[in-house]
Design a protein. Structure first.
Length: 273
């Protein structure tokens, strides 16, 4: 069976740009069904508000629903799967893992070495499994390094699409001989999971960022006005307006350039670990 273990809905919220995902839980489940997914984990940032809607739709679609959440620990992100309720944010990794275990859940360390420093780095080895490929990992080197690290530490591995837009569903999925959530966790622990992986296209990321910026336009301008002085605020407002109103391919070129720079930076950064 095919399992998608890292998905977000419109309940996931950002900080500087509040809107992260435009899709409600019901739409995410339907996308999973269309993509041939058999089991789906909803792992919104910090909250479990989408579980009820997603579970109801999953039952209609005949998909295994896995209740999860991407928790903000004091040291980076940690995913809890198979939970019965949310987990307090901003605890240490050790405390967070204990809360997950208390619920009989399964922990996954997502994108541990990502360029944004949202991962828990070497603490990923304490989780039940390590996410060794993340489709949203635009720095490219981090996935390779994570897989190498998990293999050397003999840790169970999974992959995740980190779905933030429709185009991402099914980009990184797990294959396992399991017919329910507990069976999947057993197979992961035994290392009997296969993967299919690919990165999200840069053009799709640019379109997602534009839509996200458009939905959060007022909040972004308010942030700029409250945190940037001149001339930075003037330049930032100009760039935001240009990006939101652009219709050509110029920003795709900028996106590809940014991916190239991120890749070089992450490669150099990994040498310090």
């Amino acid at each position: 069976m095919i399992f998608e273990l890292h998905c977000h809905t419109h309940y996931s919220r950002g900080t500087k740009i509040p809107t992260e995902v435009m899709m409600p839980p019901r739409q995410v489940v339907r996308l999973a069904k269309k993509a041939g997914i058999d089991g789906l984990a909803i792992t919104d940032h910090r909250v479990v508000s989408g579980w009820r809607e997603a579970r109801e739709e999953a039952e209609k679609q005949g998909i295994i629903f896995i209740p999860g959440v991407e928790i903000q620990t004091s040291q980076g992100h940690m995913i809890g799967l198979g939970l019965s309720e949310g987990v307090e944010n901003f605890l240490t990794v050790d405390e967070t893992l204990e809360r997950i275990r208390e619920q009989g859940g399964f922990s996954v360390a997502p994108h541990p070495y990502d360029i944004k420093n949202d991962g828990v780095k070497d603490l990923c080895m304490k989780a039940d499994a390590v996410e060794v490929f993340n489709s949203f990992g635009m720095d490219r080197f981090a996935n390779w390094y994570t897989q190498r690290k998990a293999a050397r530490g003999n840790r169970p591995m999974v992959v995740g699409s980190d779905v933030h837009m429709a185009e991402m569903m099914g980009l990184a999925v797990n294959f396992a001989d399991a017919h329910d959530m507990d069976g999947l966790f057993r197979e992961i622990r035994k290392g009997r999971v296969g993967f299919r992986t690919s990165c999200v296209p840069v053009g799709a990321v640019v379109e997602w960022a534009r839509e996200r910026m458009t939905h959060s336009y007022g909040d972004v301008l308010k942030y700029i006005e409250g945190n940037y002085g001149l001339p930075k605020a003037w330049v930032s407002r100009g760039l935001v307006n240009n990006f939101v109103n652009s219709t050509g391919r110029a920003w795709d070129i900028v996106g590809r350039f940014a991916v190239g720079c991120s890749t070089l930076y992450s490669g150099a950064k990994l040498l310090t670990y």
